[in-house]
Design a protein around this ligand. Sequence first.
Ligand SMILES: Nc1nc2c(ncn2[C@@H]2O[C@H](COP(=O)(O)OP(=O)(O)OP(=O)(O)O)[C@@H](O)[C@H]2O)c(=O)[nH]1
Ligand SMILES: [Mg+2]
Length: 204
Amino acid sequence: MKSRRTEFIGSFSDVRKIPSDSRPQIAFGGRSNVGKSTLLNSLVGQKKLARTSKTPGRTQALNFFLINDRYYFVDLPGYGFAKAPENVRLAWGKVVDKYLNTVDNLCGFVFLLDCRRDPKEEDLMLLEWLEDRKLTYIMVLTKADKIGRGALAKKMSDMKQAFKSADMVPFSAQTGIGIAEILKWVDNIVEKYKSGQMVRGSEK
Ligand SMILES: Nc1nc2c(ncn2[C@@H]2O[C@H](COP(=O)(O)OP(=O)(O)OP(=O)(O)O)[C@@H](O)[C@H]2O)c(=O)[nH]1
Ligand SMILES: [Mg+2]
């Protein structure tokens, strides 16, 4: 896989300080430990760009990466990390909430779900928000190497049934499954955004 030119721009806990240029932004969101930072690293072909960890709650601010000088990947803090102190959890929620509700050039959302789990309340709330906001998103079922082929196929079919309108793809950092498809999805929406076919992440 050809690696994409990638630059770490910064880690922001104050939404007012994020890059203010008009390049499109693609956010990566989901439960803590689901594999957001790992997916981001796989997509750009670098192992250690975004920090990953066995301990949930590794990513605690909005991490911005500039890709090919063309668009941003935004690694969001994960939700549902029960062990975090209440005040920390509330602060994370606020940052993500503010980001999602105020950024104009957010043009797509990569929603991650562990392929071994069912969506929980917080996942469903985020999905509902994506639908309401009509933001273009792709649902990625992560850690696909952890279950057998048959189980993965069944999970994909169940999830497609439950979320009929969603683009869906399995991903594994170990086997590389899904990377090409997700990159194609990214390139497609960036292209659409740049050519003016999108307004605030929805197709015109
Ligand atoms: N087997 C396997 N492990 C994975 C895969 N993706 C991520 N992991 C592991 O899952 C753990 C969490 O991955 P991260 O990428 O740090 O998860 P995150 O969603 O960024 O977590 P937070 O930043 O805490 O929200 C790490 O130990 C990864 O190595 C995968 O495709 N397969
Ligand atoms: Mg992370």
